[in-house]
Write a protein that binds this ligand. Sequence first.
Ligand SMILES: [Zn+2]
Length: 225
Amino acid sequence: MRFTNFDNIISGISEKKDGPMKSSLDNRLLFFKNEGLDKKIIVSAGLIHGNRVAIIESINKETVINRCDALITNNSKYLLAITVADCLPVYFFDNNKKVVALAHAGWRGIISKIISEVVSSFINDYRSNLSDINVFIGPHIQDCHFEVKKDVADYFKQDYLAINNGKKYINLSLAAKNQLIESGVLSSNISISDECTYCLRDKYFSFRRDNPENLETMIAYLSLK
Ligand SMILES: [Zn+2]
């Protein structure tokens, strides 16, 4: 699915029908070919639920950057990519400086401040103005289904917690949104998908719902045009 929020970027996410994207390089290549993006250099993040942001500049072939959960670049030859299967794909775009970043944020990433780290990289590495940073949070597990035990719930403020029939649920995108606002991003520049990966069984993989033997994921992508 291609998003159309902005004119100067190409962004989207694969769907279940495109096949699992973590395990199969063939699926990825076919998907990006079908999306007309096979001329771009695909740079993926290795993903460790941490907070490191990698600056992508002198890479000449398809690469996976290990030990990072976010990628940032101002070069349109790169297609930034992360795999997700409930975690939040967070798309960042500075339309003035022409910089894009893509982050993978689950509950661990959010509490370790991956979102703030990406904003800091825009400011420190690309001299972005905070008011130029736009953010879109793509499909992810919403608070209808992100049930947690006390150990995880304790990391989050009460504002993000809902209790239903004695079970605890966390609103991860609200926590992410507030981290963006605390970092200085304008609330009016933040938009959030209302799609829940768990609810939409036919459209998306969901780790929580399917608990598969081999991880099945979508791939989120972002590039400057
Ligand atoms: Zn749901």
